[in-house]
Structure formats: C-alpha cells, structure tokens
Design a protein around this ligand. Structure first.
Ligand code: F6R
Length: 262
C-alpha cells in the first residue's frame, strides 16, 4: 500500500511516523490508504484489530464504498483477536464489532471472513486453524492494529515472545480493566485468543494507529525506548514496512513536536 504523500514526523529504517491533526484526520488517512490497497489488489488479505481506534476508519471505508466504487467482495478479512469465552453475538465482542461496523454493511461474503471462535472447546485447534488459513491465503497484505495503554498489540501482552503465531494469552490486569469499556455490564475477561507477533512481522504492511493523550506515554515508549518484549508495541520497529499513524494527542509526548497535518 503505502504511497505516502507526506512524510510528517520521521522516517527511520523502514518505519514511517505520520502525525495527523485529530482522530478524524487519522481515520481518513488510514481509510484512504486501505482503499488504495484494495483498489490495487481486490483480494487483499486484511487483518484488523477491533476497538475504539479503528472504528472510524472502518466506518469511513464503508461510507466511501459507493462514492469511490470500491469492490470489497473479494477481500479476505481476518480478525486479530477475541476475548475467550465471549460469544460472537455479545455486544462488545470483537466479532460483533466487526460485523456491526464493517462486515454486515458491506456484505463481505461469509467465506471471506476469518474470526476466532473464542467459545471453541479446543482453543489450540482454533489457533492452528487460523495459522493454516493465513498460510493458505498467502499471508497478510495489511495488518491494522491499535495499541493498549500497557503496550499490547492484539492480546500480545508485555513479555510475550515475538516469534509466536496464534495463541491463547492470559490477560494483563490493565487489559481486563480497560476492556470493560466495550461491554454493557461487568464482564469476566481472563484470556484472549490472538494472532502472534510472528504474523505481524510477516505481514507485508503494518499500520499501527493511536489516538488520544491516554496513549501518548506508551507511544513514546514504544517508539523511543529500546526494542524489547517488555514493550510489545516496540515490535513495530522490527517490521520491514510499517506506518505509524498518530493523532497530535497521541504524539504529544514525542519530541520534537510534529506539525499536525490537515
Ligand atoms: C483489540 C485489540 C487491542 C486494541 C487495544 C487498543 O482487538 O487488538 O489490542 O487494539 O487495546 O484499544 P482501543 O483502540 O479501544 O484503545
């Protein structure tokens, strides 16, 4: 994908950091790049995180479908992760988020949708199945991820080895607490099922997005402290082709202050 029209903050090795004015501009930029990708390769294999960060990007991709004549019927859609024990029908699950924001409005064919079944009796089997599907699809073209306040990506919590494929993860205390925001009532969040960082490192393009001052500290740590499994998101600096899209709030701890872009 990444034909960048503006190099905003820095470009180091194979990583580009762009700072956008706000969440809206950030989402517009991401949606534009993803649409460009799909126009170039209509059967693109896209992997998305759920959550607040990619919500508007996905909504904009839906909104722009008609005006920009984007054909989403051949994309392959992979869900990055899911809360173990939460059914896909539960509001707040990653699956229900994907269906509501993107998959249902665009009527993405069922056979092109690949989500973890976090209710499966055999979760390890689910992991093997996802790894096999990704392999059969020829790998991920674009992986779109957010970042947790503890630095996690997907459910790859601090100190998770970077060479893992899909796995079941014990959730960090912070993840269990912050994750409550997605659900209507108090919900037992103990484990997650997630793609691993080997998938992330193998993806042809990586797009990490962060928005809001609440993410500024961990964004700074991930981009400036030594790369380490202690700060999972620092893995993005090991990727061959990564784009980091930040809004001015998420970038506010980075120095020098980047000019925000319209
Ligand atoms: C969710 C996921 C998580 C989120 C992260 C940020 O599928 O993979 O790693 O990306 O927790 O969440 P938001 O975007 O809600 O701040």
């Amino acid at each position: 994908m990444l034909s960048l029209k503006a190099l905003i903050f820095s470009k180091k090795d194979n990583m580009t950091v762009e700072v956008l004015k706000d969440y809206h501009s950030l989402s517009e930029r991401a949606a534009g790049l993803l649409i460009e990708q799909i126009k170039k390769k209509k059967d693109s294999v896209l992997c998305f995180a759920s959550g607040d960060t990619p919500r508007l990007t996905l909504q904009m991709m839906v909104e722009k479908a008609k005006a920009e004549a984007v054909n989403y019927s051949e994309i392959q859609f992979i869900g990055l992760d899911e809360w173990v024990g939460i059914s896909p029908e539960t509001s707040g699950s990653c699956s229900s988020f994907f269906y509501e924001t993107f998959l249902s409005p665009l009527q993405v064919p069922k056979e092109n949708i690949h989500l973890f079944d976090a209710m499966a009796a055999d979760l390890q089997g689910e992991c093997f199945k996802m790894d096999r599907i990704i392999g059969e699809l020829g790998g991920i073209d674009v992986m779109v991820v957010g970042i947790g306040v503890n630095g996690h990506i997907g459910f790859n919590e601090p100190n998770t080895p970077w060479n893992l494929q899909s796995h079941v993860a014990q959730l960090h205390e912070i993840t269990r607490t912050v994750g409550q925001k997605y659900f209507e009532g108090s919900t037992d969040l103990t484990e997650g099922i997630t793609l691993g960082f080997q998938h992330l490192l193998d993806a042809r393009n990586l797009l990490l997005m962060a928005s809001g001052t609440g993410k500024s500290g961990i964004v700074k740590a991930a981009l400036t402290e030594p790369c380490s499994e202690k700060i999972p998101a620092s893995v993005v600096r090991r990727h061959v082709q990564s784009l980091i899209l930040l809004d001015a709030h998420a970038a506010s701890s980075l120095s020098p202050q980047a000019p925000a872009v319209e």
